[in-house]
Design a protein around this ligand. Sequence first.
Ligand code: PLP
Ligand code: COI
Length: 351
Amino acid sequence: MKSNIEIQRIEKSKIDSVDFNNLPFGSVYSDHMLECTFTNGEWQTPVIKPYSPITLDPAAKIFHYGQSIFEGMKAYKDAEGNTMLFRPLDNCKRLNKSAERLVIPQIPEDIFMDGLKKLLEVDNAWIPTNDGSSLYIRPFMFASGVGFHASPADGYKFIICTAPSGAYFAGKVKVLIEEKYARAANGGVGFAKAGGNYAAQFYPTQLAIEKGYNQVIWTDDNSHEYIEEAGAMNIFIRINDTLITSPTSDRILDGITRKSVIQIAEDLNIDVEVRKISVSEVIAAAQSGSLKEMFGAGTAAVISPIAGFGYQGNDYDLPELDAPFAETIKKAITDIQTNKVEDPYGWRVII
Ligand code: PLP
Ligand code: COI
């Protein structure tokens, strides 16, 4: 492994053209990107260079066989101007778990971590400071090696791009519980952050949007009786004062926000149950009034309260609470992420 990082700086920054008070999610890109190529059986020297298009051979296997994985992370700045990441090694480990499943070479931890830290140093001015905004980080790997033979490629790219971003959802989210389509199956790639998982979600999500919902709640592929995830988020359901979330599996992404929520909730003395939760249990709770909250949890969406859900042609609204768990937990997590409170867990990495 070549641990040096080559740096080619942009001639003129485009930062002055960005309105940091009105940031969309993930569609304005910082000046630089990190690129590292895997060829001849090894990762080459990573390069930080001006953000720019990449040229690929039309026979690159990414286009034909979809060997492509990614991560989602955020960088934050505190009041003193320190730059922070949240549990970044977990993202690196998960990327390599996804890589193993898609037969993509492992990215060495030092290329990932040193490369990311260097990139954040070079583009430090791009990390937003206003509340609710952050620098969204998108590390990804894909097959750049060529061939129509349906087998793993011999060349890959590891790239990190960043985008100063505001909220993923504008307001509360309305979701549709899925009865027909599935995002993942046992033995499949649902636990991996494989690009194809998201492509497969677009069609059912589009149908849900046409019906007036923002997102789909994925149910198990076999019976569609159990609730698994909410769009690109893990899901939490509060019945009375207990917070329930499904266990991770082949089909469910092991979310870093999810495991942080579980830890924080337990430490706030909230009862947390990690167990299968059926649609019928949620409907019964909605009808009896014991269903108090539902929220999605993920890096991009942070904690996103769900306002209501649809199932079999009926709509169910969630109550407006004065002090929802979602708010308390969101504050606890974002306060750790942005260095406003002590971090008893060692999750925050100041760089
Ligand atoms: N589930 C899916 C399918 C996702 O794409 C994401 C987003 O990363 C999550 C859950 C949440 O994971 P994390 O909290 O690690 O971002
Ligand atoms: C994230 O939460 O970082 C994700 O990767 C979700 C993404 C599909 C926007």
